[in-house]
Write a protein that binds this ligand. Structure first.
Ligand code: FES
Length: 82
């Protein structure tokens, strides 16, 4: 499966653990052992860098085809554009 991701952002995402929802309620050990952070790897999340479940839209992509997603996150198959 291939996916072309165009990023226009020119500075890094900063993840401050102290700002994560619910982190203040965990013990130090729970923070280290049990807290998971899911960072978006598909490029579609509306809450980057965190995964918001939007990757579900990519699950039905067909092997060997290329797609882009518009501003409404509607998928379009690319036809020899790259
Ligand atoms: S990996 Fe991108 S939204 Fe989940």
């Amino acid at each position: 499966m291939s996916r072309i991701i165009v990023h226009e952002r020119n500075h890094p995402y900063v993840v401050k653990l102290k700002d994560l929802p619910g982190i203040g309620n965990l013990t130090k050990e729970e923070k280290v052992l049990n807290y998971e952070i899911h960072l978006c790897a598909c490029g579609l999340s509306k809450n980057k860098p965190f995964c918001d479940g939007s990757h579900a839209k990519t699950q039905s992509e067909e092997q060997g085809k290329m797609y882009d997603y518009d501003e409404k996150y509607e998928r379009h198959e690319l036809q020899n554009r790259y």
